[in-house]
Design a binder for this molecule. Sequence first.
Ligand code: MG
Length: 248
Amino acid sequence: MVVLKTARELDKLRDAGRLSAMALQVGGEAVKPGVTTAEIDSKIHKFILSQGAKPSFLGYGGFPGSACISVNDEVIHGIPGSRVIQEGDIVSIDVGAYYNGYHGDNAFTFTAGAVAPEVQRLLDATRESLRRGIAAAIPGNRVGDIGWAVQSYVESLGYGVVKEYVGHGVGANLHEDPEVPNYGRPGHGVRLVPGMVIAIEPMITMGSPAVRVLDNDWTVVTRDHSPAAHFENTIAITENGPVILTQA
Ligand code: MG
């Protein structure tokens, strides 16, 4: 069931979204060769608590970190730990803040030092696919229009769309209806109406989109070990078009 949000709830979602975006910035600034993913997570954790908020992901389904930190061929759900970031790595940070009863959710793939040009192109394309997905999130369109906007763009460039994991509604719960796949058919799926709040989060691979879950039961990696990128914003659908809630 899709829960539509009131103007008052949207204000609260904007607050949670802003803190989520700031937490993501804190994480991004910490990404450097030589740091561990646990150190990045610790900075994010401390920041969120300092704002009177809670990390949305900590303990969610038993997840042990405040952020998911996924490196190179790790697509999503990387567990922060002793892994040391190397020059040329790409580091996807996915983080949400729970504040005043509502969640925010956002992700960004950062770079550690200089990355290969083809890797940078993957990141640029994934970010652009998110922009296109958001642009399609207008009243009267359907969820399939968002997925199509993402999929048609990245596949035209030869990249893969991960299909096993999808975007979602956001509100008092971190994951609400509807599901928002990064693929779809134009004009199909749930109709988008003002008051819907959704996270759009393309997960795009340089090679095959086939993925598997590591033995830690969390981390999703590409089967062919090609790099993957992940960008996400929480947005509100309004009569005046999409509004990004996860803005610092
Ligand atoms: Mg999400």
